[in-house]
Design a binder for this molecule. Structure first.
Ligand code: B1M
Length: 210
């Protein structure tokens, strides 16, 4: 079995203690960091499939998420450089009612390495919290919103609607993403950009801030 597959299997099985060493071994063995990351993302997809089929339950999803996060910690220096924040500020968060943060964290990491100072508001972020953060950071260039649940897509819509009504909106671009989000939905709710993954989010953020 390849080293990358071993990492992916350990993530899917929620082996949080083993994953960091396995990731390090894969890196030492010459595997590329983005390839390892992609395999770990696929492993989380598999976890989701198993959950959908009732083969596993929330606790197993949670330990897989913990294993994934431990692996990302080891990968981070190999994926993201110290950019020096030359592109400006970005605020990011997972919308109200939604606790998923792995994808949002990856997006934040890639955007930071693309040259932004990222203010991460975490998960379950209310409209008021986004608004307060923008008020505290009037020089922010982009606000990024993540949603992983079909049931939190309305919260994403409400957050974008509130941003669109605010005076500061003309100076701020709004990016959205997350597994259930599509370009069509982003257009419907009035976001400036949708991207399907972390790498394209970083690219798009640079374009929007230029
Ligand atoms: Co949840 N969960 N979960 N979960 N979970 C999903 C999302 C689900 C698809 C699983 C399934 O049924 N197949 C399903 C949603 C179904 C739906 O809405 N139609 C689901 C469910 C139902 C739930 C609960 C309701 C379960 C329950 O309690 N009965 C519950 C909800 C809790 C809540 O949020 N209120 C729940 C809870 C959890 C855990 C807490 C156990 C855990 C999250 C832990 C954590 O994040 N810290 C969890 C997990 C791990 C998952 C799966 C298995 C994996 C998610 C993940 O991390 N993927 C997920 C199944 C799946 O996604 N296939 C599932 C890897 C990550 C890198 O991908 O987050 O998609 P992703 O991010 C990508 C892109 O989407 C994009 O870039 C990222 C990197 O490439 N992206 C952006 C994300 N944000 C972006 C923002 C951008 C741009 C791109 O611009 C700003």
């Amino acid at each position: 079995m390849s080293q990358i597959q071993t990492v992916a299997d350990a993530v899917a099985a929620g082996k949080a203690k083993l994953v960091p060493n396995l990731v390090q071994e894969a890196l030492d063995g010459g595997c590329a960091a983005p390839e390892i990351l992609n395999a770990m993302i696929d492993a989380m997809g598999l976890v989701g499939e198993r959950f959908k089929k009732n083969e596993i339950f929330v606790p197993e999803m949670l330990i897989a998420a913990k294993a994934m996060k431990k692996g990302v910690e080891v990968l981070k220096p190999h994926l993201a450089g110290d950019s020096g924040a030359v592109c400006g500020k970005m605020i990011i968060g997972t919308v109200a009612g939604d606790l998923h943060d792995i994808g949002k964290n990856l997006v934040a990491m890639m955007i930071e390495s693309a040259g932004f100072e990222v203010i991460d508001l975490g998960v379950d972020v209310s409209v008021d919290k986004f608004m307060a953060a923008i008020t505290e950071n009037p020089d922010v260039k982009i606000v990024g919103l993540s949603a992983l649940l079909t049931t939190t897509m309305p919260a994403l819509k409400d957050t974008v609607a509130a941003l669109n009504e605010a005076d500061f909106r003309k100076n701020i671009k709004v990016m959205v993403g997350g597994a259930p989000i599509t370009q069509k939905f982003a257009d419907e709710i009035g976001a400036d950009a949708y991207t399907p993954d972390a790498a394209s989010a970083a690219q798009k953020a640079k374009e929007l801030a230029a």
